[in-house]
Design a protein. Structure first.
Length: 731
């Protein structure tokens, strides 16, 4: 079996029932494994067996149920322009129609307004609105009913058609009545068209993050081939190309610095505002900006393999996926329209036959019920919040693999942190240089130690050399590594030895060593001409953000646990420094997943795992929410549900806070969408009519006001979701 995943841009959807129809039909295709159709994003994410199904067959199926698939990025803007054109056509004909109708009703125009030809004029003004501006609703209704479902278009088409054709019948046969409602039909269509345009404009802002990320991609690159420098299209760059990036330019591809030194602005991808120093051997990410010096890089990843391309793909997939909470809204939407139609018919019958009211007024109430009901708000409630939430996360360097991870994060009870590379930097660093012999300074100790270690490839030796990079080092002679003890070399005609306490140690040095080791530090003795002159403390240092990150997690009411393969003493020293109370030490890689299982059983709640290495992958997969440090290995990021691009542990609490804010917004949206229909559908039915103290507009809701309320409900849900863009995520 060969799995393939594609994302298709869909046109023609008007509410959640449309997306449900497409989804239901695509699931019937042989070879389709998983499909999510997102109404707000107007996209379908399909995962299928390419040996049984292909992209063409999927597109044909979507088109066969009455919807479109577009690949051209200019196609959707054209559709918006078309809808805007139709809206203004509606305005041009509806405004004079409304003024004529209302003026006649209030007796402002004189007897001539009662002539038959005035009704024919109203009909002529209504026709372009009903059958040109409103034609989309008839087409949408036919598609929906043909596929065995009913969407928002059915309600609008029914409501406006009842008003239009009743008015036409009155004109042709006055026995049916005297009053016509052409302006009602035209106003409903025009107002709803306005609402849809406002909704589309607001929805476009939910996808702004993707557009912004895509805008970061360079169009050309300056490469050196066969000694000749030339500018080529970004698509032509291949792995191994030497690329020149000048100050102020963005990196066209991912690569490794082979020449030069500079600071790089990575904020657009990681959310980190401070520039990052880059020199020979350092990796750079495509689309980040070179701030100072000229750099030569070797391209290591191009095209779809670059970090930016993967981020865009990840955000698109997350925005297109469905959160578990959305299934409730989808289920309600599937039978919402048929119920509203039954309620509308019941309203007509109860007022006309049951209460004995004039047919005209009973009909107007039925039309009001049809157009005020809004399945759109239900369909938009969850996906718009998910889209904005994932986009907000991307801006902060927090990448959610899917919307389920965004939803689950707010339920976490325990956060498990790997030690090396997560709480700590993952690199040994010199922390202490202590002189224990007279006549020497710290700088002397460092000079001799680092010069001797220039011939060593041991991580501790490399840490000492790196720490002393500002000093003028000497070239070691007669370098010799002593297994299990250390090294010996001649530096400036003096014998220098570095190693452990087995070589030789004084009582004073022994006490200092014990103190350093109690702080989880490795101690290297420095001997010059066989005399112990100093001690160097080396440790995998705690990240500057780790302590603050743990405090923020505690503020969120979470239990924080450190999980490590290190010994208990070292782990506890690190844990104490950052404020972690519980430590699981000495855990082998294969045991980390079992440790997560144990914590899940103990806490009876959801557990997150934060790690960065290959050995963390099983635990990341076992956790309810796996979070990978973006500076770690690819396998960790592939396994995790969330990638923290900055490597800053404070983004863990930000991810959880973002999840809480997004879920709060979804619940507000659903409450509004359900509450709107529960409250206003009865108002449209006329339940407030007996209350004479209320305004007539509430006692007998006009269909035009009902249409305005319906349009407002969808727009309000989208606007509420957009508030997440400015939400502070401080704990």
């Amino acid at each position: 079996m060969s799995k393939k995943q594609i994302t298709l841009a869909i046109t023609g959807m008007t509410c959640a029932n449309c997306s449900n129809t497409i989804e239901r039909n695509l699931k019937r295709l042989k070879g389709m494994e998983q499909v999510n159709v997102n109404f707000a994003a107007e996209k379908a994410n399909c995962q299928f067996d390419s040996s049984l199904l292909n992209e063409t067959e999927i597109i044909q199926k979507i088109e066969s149920v009455g919807f479109g698939v577009v690949s051209d990025k200019t196609e959707k803007p054209k559709q918006v322009i078309n809808q805007t054109h139709k809206f203004w056509i509606g305005v041009i004909f509806t405004v004079p129609l409304f003024l004529l109708s209302m003026s006649r009703d209030f007796g402002l125009l004189g007897n001539w307004a009662q002539e038959v030809w005035v009704n024919w004029l109203m009909l002529l003004l209504t026709l372009p609105v009903q059958f040109y501006v409103g034609w989309d609703y008839y087409v949408g209704s036919w598609k929906s009913l043909k596929n065995g479902s009913a969407n928002m278009d059915v309600l609008i088409a029914m409501g406006t058609s009842v008003a239009f054709f009743y008015s036409l019948a009155v004109m042709l046969n006055p026995i049916w009545g005297e009053h016509v409602y052409f302006e009602t039909a035209a106003m409903i269509i025009t107002i709803i068209k306005l609402g849809k345009l406002l909704e589309a404009k607001a929805k476009s802002k939910t996808g702004a993050a993707i557009k912004k990320l895509m805008g970061l991609q360079a169009k050309t690159a300056r490469v050196i081939r066969n000694g000749v420098e030339s500018s080529i299209a970004i698509e032509s760059v291949v792995v191994g190309d030497i690329v020149i990036v000048r100050p102020g330019e963005s990196f066209p591809v991912d690569g490794k610095v082979i020449e030069g030194e500079s600071s790089v602005d990575e904020s657009m991808l990681t959310g980190e505002s401070l520039p990052v120093h880059k020199q020979k051997g350092d990796n750079v990410i495509g689309a980040t900006i070179n701030k100072q010096g000229l750099l030569k890089i070797e391209a290591t990843k191009v095209g779809a393999e670059t970090a930016l391309a993967k981020i865009i793909r990840l955000v698109e997939e997350a925005q297109g996926s469905k959160a578990p909470i959305q299934h409730l809204a989808d289920k309600v939407a599937s039978f919402f329209v048929p119920i509203i139609i039954l309620i509308a018919v019941f309203t007509l019958l109860i007022w006309w036959i049951g209460i004995g009211e004039d047919f005209n007024l009973a009909m107007i109430r039925m039309v009001a019920v049809l157009v005020i009901a809004c399945p759109c708000a239900l369909g938009l409630a969850t996906p718009t919040a998910i889209m904005v939430g994932t986009a907000k996360g991307a801006e902060l360097g927090i990448l959610f693999k899917n919307s389920e991870a965004l939803e689950l994060a707010h339920k976490l009870k325990v956060v498990v942190l790997d030690k090396t590379g997560t709480v700590t930097t993952g690199e040994p660093t010199v922390t202490d240089v202590i002189v224990v012999a007279d006549g020497f300074q710290e700088e002397d100790i460092l000079h001799f130690a680092a010069s001797a270690e220039r011939g060593s490839e041991h991580p501790l030796g490399e840490a000492i050399v790196k720490f002393a990079k500002q000093l003028q080092l000497s070239e070691p002679q007669e370098f010799q590594a002593i297994s299990g003890h250390g090294i010996i070399a001649m530096v400036d005609n003096r014998q220098v030895a570095l190693g452990n306490h087995k070589l030789q140690e004084t009582e004073k040095a022994g006490k200092i060593r014990a103190d350093l080791q109690a702080q989880a530090k490795t101690v290297v003795n420095v001997y010059i001409d066989k005399q112990l002159v100093g001690l160097i403390g080396i440790a995998d240092t705690v990240k500057t953000s780790s302590k603050a990150a743990v405090e923020e997690l505690h503020k969120l009411g979470l239990q924080v646990v450190m999980l490590t393969g290190d010994n208990q003493a070292t782990a506890e020293a690190i844990a104490k420094e950052v404020g972690i109370e519980r430590v699981l030490a000495g855990v082998l890689p294969e045991g980390k997943a079992n440790a997560i299982k144990q914590l899940q059983a103990e806490s009876q709640g959801m557990v997150a795992m934060v790690g960065d290495g290959i050995n963390d992958a099983p635990a990341l997969a076992q956790a309810d929410v796996g979070m990978a440090i973006g500076t770690g290995t690819d396998i960790a990021m592939e396994t995790a549900d969330v990638t923290l691009m900055r490597g800053d542990l404070r983004t863990v609490s930000q991810a959880i806070a973002l999840s809480k804010a997004t879920m709060r917004t979804i619940k507000q949206n659903l409450f509004w969408a359900f509450g709107y229909n529960v409250l206003l559908v009865p108002v449209a039915m006329g339940v407030l009519y007996p209350f004479t103290g209320l305004p007539m507009m509430l006692r007998s809701l006009h269909p035009a006001l009902a249409a305005g309320a319906m349009a407002f409900s969808s727009v309000s849900v989208v606007m509420n979701s957009l508030r997440l863009r400015i939400k502070s995520l401080k704990t």
